[in-house]
Design a protein around this ligand. Structure first.
Ligand code: GEK
Length: 244
């Protein structure tokens, strides 16, 4: 089997008698780059934007937190953009399989610490940048505000939070339209109807999306002074939130 075949996401390609709740286990970690690249419209662009923000906002002597780092792609982009800037990147994920793969990256930048930890336990301080790239949606809804409060408290003045999320829409027609467009997008990326519907079932109650309004309200409530929805594609949105 060649390398390309091994890393193609086929996790939901066969009909499953029982679709279990989605887990970030070794099977998923092995194909995760392909899975997220084909499942999130604009994923590569989001990484480029994170690199741009790092270039502008990361301060020497500060720390960067990549919360729910998966394979560490955002951390690697940030490390590349901030080379020689004396900042420490703390990349956290509670999936041991993901962190094991992070440690296998070639030519690892020395200033990234890969941490297998629940982000609810991560102490955040002296941060000039915190990234929640498609992670908050996996926390129980009742615990999201508390995490954002801790992030805000741990950010230095002038620091930023990048919050990217899948969203739902309060209006049922708009919501269905976006779901249909998103499923159409996944088909253009090579997923079958079976893969799309089985993954959707597996994510039910595991990925619980908020509305864009809920995100805005929460970001304002915790104290962010400037909030920009810098990216939007179907039912995905990414905010740049700045602490004065
Ligand atoms: C990227 N940011 O490529 N503590 C730690 N990690 C968690 C927790 C938690 N409580 N809950 C979920 N995760 C990445 C992509 S993926 C998004 C992020 C997706 C981790 C989980 O193990 C997974 O690796 C990640 O959050 C979400 O830029 O798969 O849609």
């Amino acid at each position: 089997m060649n390398q390309k075949k091994e890393t193609r996401d086929r996790v939901f390609s066969e009909r499953l008698s029982d679709v279990k709740p989605f887990e970030f286990n070794e099977t998923v970690a092995n194909v995760f780059h392909d899975m997220i690249s084909r499942s999130v419209p604009g994923y590569e662009l989001l990484l480029r934007m994170i690199g741009l923000y790092a270039d502008i906002f990361v301060r020497p002597g500060s720390r960067v937190f990549d919360l729910g780092c998966s394979l560490g792609e955002a951390s690697l982009v940030i490390a590349d953009q901030t080379r020689g800037r004396d900042c420490k990147i703390i990349a956290v994920d509670n999936s041991a399989a993901m962190i094991a793969k992070c440690n296998q990256h070639e030519a690892l930048p020395k200033n990234i610490e890969w941490r297998c930890q629940d982000i609810r336990q991560t102490e955040i301080s002296n941060a000039s940048m915190v990234v929640l790239n498609l992670t908050l949606q996996f926390l129980p809804p009742g615990e999201r505000q508390q995490l954002l409060e801790r992030i805000f408290a741990g950010l230095k003045s002038g620091g930023i939070l990048v919050l990217s999320e899948k969203v739902v829409f309060a209006d049922a027609v708009e919501n269905q339209r976006m779901v249909d467009l998103y499923q159409g997008f996944k088909k253009t990326m090579g997923y079958s109807d079976l893969e799309i519907s089985q993954k959707r079932n597996a994510l039910e109650n595991v990925l619980v999306p908020d509305t864009a309004g809920q995100h805005l309200e929460r970001l304002e409530a915790v104290g962010f002074d400037e909030i920009y929805p810098c990216f939007r594609s179907f039912n995905f949105i990414s905010y740049l939130a700045i602490k004065k």
